[in-house]
Unconditional design. Sequence first.
Length: 388
Amino acid sequence: MRYLTAGESHGKQQTTIIEGLPAKMPITQDDINDSLLRRQKGHGRGKRMQIEKDLVDIVGGIRHGYTLGSPIALVVHNDDFKHWIDVMGEDPVAEDQKIRRVVTRPRPGHADLNGALKYGHRDMRNILERSSARETTARVAAGAVAKTLLKNLDIKIVGYVKEIAGIKAEEITELSIDEKIRISEESPVRSLDEVAGKKMMDAIDHAKKDGDSIGGVCEVAIEGLPAGLGSYVHYDRKLDGRIAGAVQSINAFKGVEFGIGFEAARKNGSQVHDEILWSEEKGYYRRTNRLGGFEGGMTTGMPVIVKGVMKPIPTLYKPLQSVDIESKEPFNASIERSDSCAVPAAAVVMEHVVAFEVAKAILEQFPHDQFPKLKEAIDQYREEIRCF
Ligand code: EPS
């Protein structure tokens, strides 16, 4: 399974095409719209989210509530486009026609300058329109389809916020995944810890007032995966590696950890590895889950726990120094409309990109053209490994 996205931030639409899903999988518009709506929420989102109401238009691959096996094509329209028609239209412009909102001043922390050097665009709008996090709308749409596949295989996944601007949510280990889904959904910052959540909101308000932005840490948990998903035989089949790559590719993400992550560097092996147990009911399981559900590039059957670090959004009201590419004069980076903190939304994006990698690995391991046959194969495998 693979997907491609197309579309500019203030262009007409975000488009996603997903190929490789089996036929006969139940799916509705609501499965996708729920995800799109969740991505738009979160304390700290800017004015743009008041303009957009992201709803999917399914334009291929789904009929009467089921996948057809053909490519799935999804469109989300940008409502803001109506304000940008002359700036973002596809028709050629006359020599003497003045183009509005040309960008010649690269913003530190964005793709602006590097993208301009690479593609030779002197108007950096040609870069920022695509590098904008608006593109995550299309990635969430693709991930929502993957999540629907997981749901139909009794696999649950959720993304939530662990930390914003150094304020950490208390670790609550006894929460079930259903509770994590419910509590994070009720929190304006997707925190599982209400007290820390309030402090995170204060920090966001403070940053906004200050013209600054703040980052944080998101976590994704998955339950219901059988052991042995992924592979140890080649670097590019290791599922933890693929997930890490997908998470790192989200706009503004700077690092990834599984389980205790970087903490493993400071502990002895006896405090890191997870002892193996067996019971009739559960089959093989682990006393602890310090490695976050992965060993040797494969799932262990324990919950997958992965963290991603998001840097503060670089579009600041507080100016940082840069250089105008036309005059080569220094200037203080321009004020732009932005979100002061997008970590809660990023947790939803992360949940969806991880869902896609997991669904993709499942389809590689259990290749079936028809969803009911895939379900049967996975259920049989689950039973086989329980008694192994
Ligand atoms: C973004 C800047 C803002 C954000 C945008 C990402 O958009 P605008 O420039 O239109 O105000 O709101 O995020 C989204 C539009 C979105 O859907 O998440 C940026 O510079 O990356």
